[in-house]
Design a protein around this ligand. Structure first.
Ligand SMILES: Cc1cc2nc3c(=O)[nH]c(=O)nc-3n(C[C@H](O)[C@H](O)[C@H](O)COP(=O)(O)OP(=O)(O)OC[C@H]3O[C@@H](n4cnc5c(N)ncnc54)[C@H](O)[C@@H]3O)c2cc1C
Length: 512
């Protein structure tokens, strides 16, 4: 219970937010009996803007202006993959074009009272081959997240280190726990650097490669998991791709689960630290934000014209064309299909293995910090993944308040439709209820909720993904492809890797 006085600032904040006061048993002001209900959002605090890109998807035939500027390499997108390519091409005349008002894509962050938090990506496996040099050069302050900083919540119980010491304490039947133990050992063997499961898939052993013939649900059966084990692993998979293992390639599912048993790292601010460091290494004159690319067209002159709308993805700004010797597409493949002229006709079946999943991310601000694990998976709740950035060293709020980041996946087309139709205030209310039930210490302490909505950030890749993906990421004339979806999983490593690959492709094109 806090001793903090109710200040004039609090008064103003809640008055502005239009909060309602009601009797509340666990009031932070205790005996004064009247508690202030949390400030709930009326609209999303941040979204990805899609007015222009949806117009393109729906067949917009803009009249294309002549180029007014030129560069050697135009990079479309400003996420980690695009930033990686731009940084590594620093010796060339590069122009990076990002539709939002800032770079970083799904690896962006914010700060409140000295506590840095992520709007999207936050966890990775740390420096590993072939990225050690890359990590060393970026010198990002990674923090290891140990097993007991992970938790599983269900049946009124919070179990720490559920994939390690806590496995036996999960409230599951004995046979389920036994099957899970065996499956977890297998996953640990997959996590080994040489004989394990890794990209590129072609370098894996035959038995590991064969996993790509089945779905993850078929793999659960092979591993002898019952309903509880299946739900447990599905929740972990959903944390990484935003979908269950129903349609997911068992190769991809096993890869993702093996990363859950490996060493995990984060940083205050999550993966924003990577995008910010990368951005700081790129000259400001090489970056344009609020520039939504609508068309990438190869000319008979061996040039590529990149046309975009200036002035933000949500507005109908002016059209502008840039001429480049080559272009790198650091945006999801389904955008590429609409933007790169001739691509859809050349690769009509390219996206059959892909399903993009939407995500709701919420920031829950608490009047006081509560002691919780860094990451909790609560599969029976609406708020399935809860991260506590304020638990990281040096990242507590200056004012003593707490902060939780909630991740809620909305899988497939139906999920996205549901998220887009959702009542924002009801989402906020549900999140507060959930947080209070998962962490009783949070009761009555939520002061505000902010919501972020992302439309297509996560990917489910179906069996047979690898052959399909190889074709999808091949260069198309003078256009090379970056973006993490090139490897079938939207993650830090695939973003860095495809950024590096695209750099090499672009150099080869420039020399041709
Ligand atoms: C909620 C959430 C949680 C995540 N958690 C993790 C995690 O813990 N660990 C992990 O490894 N990964 C995580 N990810 C995945 C994360 O997306 C990747 O790690 C990485 O940020 C992807 O980088 P990218 O460059 O491939 O693409 P993106 O981040 O998708 O960047 C694409 C960029 O292109 C821009 N763009 C799109 N269309 C256009 C256009 N027409 N013109 C110009 N610009 C355009 C977009 O605005 C965006 O900035 C998470 C993602 C989300 C959304």
């Amino acid at each position: 219970m806090t001793n903090r006085k109710f200040t004039r600032r609090d008064c103003l904040r809640f008055a502005v937010g239009g909060a309602v006061t009601l009797p509340f048993a666990q009031s932070v002001w205790g005996a004064r009996a009247q508690a202030v209900l949390p400030q709930l959002p009326k609209s999303f605090d941040e979204i990805d803007h899609f007015d222009v890109t949806h117009r393109v998807r729906d067949g917009w035939q803009a009249s294309i202006p002549e180029p007014t500027s030129s560069c050697e390499v135009a990079i479309v997108g400003g996420g980690i993959s695009a930033l990686t390519a731009a940084w590594r091409l620093a010796d060339r005349k590069v122009m990076l074009l990002e539709k939002e008002g800032e770079t970083g894509g799904n690896s962006r962050g914010r700060e409140f009272e000295g506590c840095r938090y992520a709007l999207g990506a936050f966890m990775n496996q740390g420096p590993m081959a072939p990225f050690e040099d890359f990590f060393r050069e970026l010198n990002v302050p990674l923090v290891e997240v140990h097993g007991n900083q992970h938790a599983w919540a269900g049946n009124g119980r919070l179990v720490r280190d559920p994939l390690g010491q806590g496995l036996g304490r999960l409230p599951f039947a004995r046979t389920e726990v036994k099957a899970l133990e065996k499956a977890t050992q297998l996953l640990a063997s997959y996590a080994k650097p040489k004989e394990g499961i890794f990209f590129p898939r072609a370098d894996n052993t035959e038995s590991i490669r064969a996993l790509d013939r089945n779905t993850m649900w078929a793999e659960y059966q092979r591993l002898g998991l019952g309903a509880q084990g299946k739900q447990f692993f599905d929740a972990l998979i959903s944390a990484r791709v935003g979908d269950s293992g129903e349609m997911l390639s068992a190769w991809m599912g096993s890869y993702l689960l093996s990363s859950a048993v490996a060493r995990n790292y984060t940083a205050p601010g999550g993966h924003a630290v990577f995008s910010e460091v990368l951005r700081s290494r790129i000259p400001a004159s090489s970056v344009r934000t609020s520039f939504t690319v609508i068309r990438v067209a190869q000319q008979s002159s061996d040039k590529v014209w990149i046309t975009g709308v200036r002035g933000g993805a949500g507005s109908e700004g002016q059209l502008e064309t840039i001429e480049a010797d080559t272009a790198i597409m650091g945006v999801p493949k389904f955008y590429c299909m609409h933007m790169v002229e001739g691509l859809r006709q050349a690769r009509p079946n390219a996206l059959t293995q892909y399903t993009y999943n939407a995500y709701l991310v919420a920031q829950v601000f608490l009047r006081e910090r509560i002691d919780v694990p860094f990451e909790t998976c609560a599969p029976n709740n609406f708020t399935r993944f809860i991260v506590a950035p304020d638990q990281l060293p040096g990242n507590a709020r200056r004012d003593g308040g707490g902060l939780l980041t909630i991740y809620i996946p909305y899988p497939r087309v139906a999920g996205r439709a549901m998220l887009y139709a959702a009542d924002v205030k009801a989402l906020g209310e549900q999140i507060v209820r959930d947080i209070e039930s998962v962490y009783p210490a949070a009761r009555g302490k939520v002061e505000a909720v902010k919501l972020h909505r992302w439309g297509h950030p996560m990917l489910t890749t179906r069996p047979g993904m690898d052959d399909a993906l190889e074709k999808v990421r091949e260069s198309f004339g003078r256009v090379a492809f970056a973006h993490s979806d090139s490897f079938g999983v939207t993650g830090l490593y695939s973003a860095i890797w495809t950024g590096m690959d695209a750099e090499a492709e672009a150099r080869a094109i420039l020399m041709s």
